[in-house]
Design a protein around this ligand. Sequence first.
Ligand code: ZN
Length: 149
Amino acid sequence: MTRQLLLLALLAAAPAAWSAQPCAVEIHGTDQMTFDKAAISVPKACTAFTVTLSHPGAMPKNVMGHNWVLSTQADMQGVLDDGQKAGEAQDYLKPGDTRVIAHTRLIGGGEQDSVTFDTQQLKAATPYSFYCSFPFHSTLMKGTLTLGS
Ligand code: ZN
């Protein structure tokens, strides 16, 4: 590649690099019952946001299953209580629970799942929580989600 072509290639690539703020995030749920993120900020410019949950562990989902569930902080306990009653067959979520803004399916070690949601459902002043709804995991596996600037 000549010097001039290299320069053109760099210029062409630049705008993509500047438009930073990706409308997606990846989070890991581990065999140690942890998420590797405690906070997620959704850029205001994103109309949709994608969360990809990966489980890098080796334990099966009936023992160390994880999902990623989003609701308001106020709705979290209700979603968890009803999810526990719903059981593993329903991924520990009450079917059709309208308090749930977004969720992945329940996964075990070596699996991955993504969910994309409309950010217009989020309000800047409302505190949101994300968590795993597998019974008792949310003690450790939880975090906050905010609509950024
Ligand atoms: Zn879990």
